[in-house]
Design a protein around this ligand. Structure first.
Ligand code: HEM
Length: 239
């Protein structure tokens, strides 16, 4: 991360053949570096929180369940953060966060994998027969697995090699994240004890997540997107 920024600085230095950076360039580089650090902090925060809780004996009386749930929450949060980047650019016009979509996506995939590994490893001791029985008893796991497969496939194909190889199909493939996000919300709501029909139990949070995901998807519709952009331009022009 820092290496790339240093490379950018060196390139600019070489191009300008001076040892001092011009003010706007150095400001831009500092701002980009700040954003990179911020993005990695967002990605690492759930892991750091778990580490602190582990060190301070705050993993509750059921640590495996707590870790599994925390990793699941981290995964869904990061999927949503990734999904929110395009609408954020539409609303603010600030394009820089778009460069960090992949990093956020990779962190989301990492937490999905850790969530899955905690489930089959710590919870089931890698006993696949037991796992197969669970799939029938708890169908929300099938929904989560579908979402996980999509997220994993997108993480693997996020590299330049696949982008080049798949061409136009790459964009279509990566749009399946919309479907994965909806599946993740259903998995979340279903995993919690409660009922969506009478809003009992813990369902309020997944419902809010669901509304937010739908909002982020609606913001991608060209008519809505253009309307928001037009409003922003008008607002900035002071009309
Ligand atoms: C994109 C993929 C996935 C996401 C975003 C996700 C997210 C979540 C979330 C947010 C929860 C609820 C956490 C809470 O109680 O606060 C959860 C629970 C759970 N997930 Fe996932 N999950 C995914 C995939 C999977 C997969 C592949 C499996 C297993 C094969 C799985 C197994 C479970 C189980 C067993 C629970 C219930 C944990 C408990 O309360 O004891 N999930 N997941």
């Amino acid at each position: 991360m820092i290496d790339n920024t240093l490379k950018e600085i060196l390139t600019i230095n070489n191009n300008t053949k001076t040892s001092n950076l011009s003010q706007p360039h150095s400001k831009l580089l500092i701002r980009n570096l700040g954003l990179k650090v911020f993005v990695h902090l967002i990605g690492l925060l759930p892991f750091i929180e778990l580490l602190i809780r582990w060190q301070t004996n705050q993993l509750t009386v059921n640590p495996i369940q707590f870790i599994e749930q925390s990793l699941g929450l981290a995964a869904i949060n990061l999927i949503i953060v990734g999904l929110a980047i395009t609408p954020f650019i539409t609303i603010t016009g600030w394009k820089q966060p778009g460069r960090h979509r992949r990093t956020i996506g990779l962190y989301a995939a990492l937490y999905v994998i850790l969530h899955f590994l905690t489930f089959i490893g710590l919870d089931f001791g890698f006993d696949l027969n037991k796992l197969a029985r669970q799939l029938f008893e708890k169908p929300f796991i099938i929904v989560g697995s579908l979402a996980a497969l999509i997220v994993f496939a997108l993480a693997v194909t996020s590299f330049k090699y696949w982008k080049r190889k798949l061409g136009k199909k790459w964009k279509i493939l990566h749009r399946t994240i919309y479907f994965a996000a909806l599946l993740a919300v259903i998995h979340y709501a279903w995993a919690l004890k409660g009922s969506v029909s009478n809003l009992s139990g813990d369902v309020i949070r997944p419902i809010i997540y669901g509304f937010f995901v739908v909002f982020l998807l609606l913001m991608r519709i060209t008519t809505i997107k253009n309307w928001v952009i037009a409003k922003r331009i008008k607002l900035l022009a002071g009309r």
